[in-house]
Design a protein around this ligand. Structure first.
Ligand code: NAD
Length: 377
């Protein structure tokens, strides 16, 4: 089958997320990196793109040049990934969607709710694909948990407890380091620090596994390092549409925690736990029974978990292959083939609406607020 043409904006040399996209997009032979505007420094971006195999005339100095260059080509890119800093996501995503390209945007999709609603409306109007990279939801064993909930294996979900808490910004002496400081500066990061950066992955995961949406929330935000304007720690309580209770803790000052993303789902007849640092396993406890380990690659897993696993039992695949799973379904969708779910612009909208409402709640001493985007109320 012919490979799809793939373009990337941001994710330049030394970036955090760029390599996971390049490994993920190209892991299964679906996409070839054909074009890129990879860096805020035009020359660095062009040079790196060519070292990655992009032809010189498709190694662009910036995204505007890439848009113009690709628009007029017969073999224009089939998918554009936006992996630049947050404040640029909206204008780049909007411009490419309106020019008829499919987009995979990094999270958060936009800075404001209004912008996110605009993206959703563009997608509805144009029919282009716009996905958002909530890649943790594409781990095989997360798909297994979603499947177990859908099959009623733990009964009605009563409670979801999730943490995305690390300690990598916990050093007060390093708080002025420019690579750290921008995340807590509203000029650069927007209305929220840690919740918008990591907490929204956890909230998306809760919705994804439960097959339900967050309806209301109450938040407590703290800036534990005094020089920070935005929160570096947040506790968000929420309720889902069907009444499920949610408790979400996210932090960047939890010294000793590394990646720190875990989720526990408690139902009427059982409980489950998944931890991103041991992503091959689900701990499952049926009501009144013993705790069992369900392992990626073992017999009897759902078709979805099996479909998204590549290597045999007990071998780790890890984060870039979770990203690859997003690309597997995007490739199928672009080719018009049957495909599984991938996080959409609507998920991106729900997240940014929850971020803004969490900020408002925290300012109002934890008042309970409607978490839904205005267009879904
Ligand atoms: P980074 O600072 O490490 O890298 C950003 C890259 O974008 C750099 O190469 C920079 O030169 C380039 N860039 C900046 N402005 C640009 C522009 N206008 N045009 C082209 N390139 C430009 O950042 P990062 O940590 O890789 O984060 C990038 C995005 O990915 C953020 O939105 C972040 O939230 C998201 N992210 C998502 C995950 C996830 O799990 N889904 C994980 C990490 C980061």
């Amino acid at each position: 089958m012919k490979r799809l043409q793939w373009g990337m904006i941001g994710g330049g040399e030394g970036s955090q997320i760029g390599p996971a996209h390049r490994m993920g997009a190209q892991a299964d032979g679906n996409f070839v990196l054909a074009a890129g505007a990879l860096d805020h420094d035009a020359e660095r971006g062009k040079d790196y793109a060519q070292r990655l195999g992009v032809a010189a005339d498709r190694a662009y100095g910036n995204w505007q040049e890439m848009l113009e260059g690709e628009k007029s080509r017969e073999d224009r890119v089939d998918l554009v990934t936006v992996a630049t800093p947050n404040s640029t996501h909206f204008e780049i995503t909007k411009a490419f969607l309106e020019a008829g390209f499919n987009v995979l945007c990094e999270k958060p999709m936009t800075m404001s709710v209004e912008e996110a609603e605009e993206v959703v409306k563009i997608v509805e109007k144009t029919g282009q694909i716009c996905a958002v990279n909530y890649c943790y939801s594409a781990y095989p064993m997360v798909r297994e948990m979603r499947n177990m909930v859908a099959k009623g294996e733990i009964g009605q979900v009563r409670l979801i407890v999730t943490n995305f808490s690390h300690g990598h910004h916990g050093d007060a002496a390093d708080a002025d380091n420019p690579r750290v400081r921008w995340r807590y500066d509203p000029e650069m990061a927007g209305v929220s620090g840690q919740f918008a950066d990591c907490g929204i992955h956890a909230m998306h995961m809760a919705s994804f596994i439960a097959g339900d949406e967050v309806r209301s929330l109450s938040a407590d935000f703290a800036s534990t390092i005094g020089s920070r304007e935005l929160e570096d720690d947040a506790m968000v309580n929420f309720r889902m549409e069907n009444g499920t209770v949610g408790r979400l803790w996210t932090s960047s000052v939890a010294v000793g925690r590394q990646h720190g993303f875990e989720i526990q789902v408690f139902g009427e007849t059982g409980g489950m736990k998944w931890f991103a640092e041991q992503p091959n396993q689900i701990m499952y406890t049926p009501l009144g029974g013993r705790t069992q380990i369900i392992e990626k690659g073992e017999g009897g897993l759902s078709d979805e978990a099996a479909r998204l696993s590549r290597v045999a039992i007990a071998h780790p695949e890890g984060f870039p292959m979770a990203v690859a799973n997003i690309y597997v379904d995007l490739a199928a969708a672009i080719r018009g083939e049957a495909h599984g779910a991938f996080p959409s612009a609507t998920d991106g909208l729900r997240s940014i609406a929850a971020v803004h409402q969490a900020v408002a709640s925290a300012k109002a001493d934890g008042a309970w607020l409607d978490a839904r985007p205005p267009m879904f109320r």
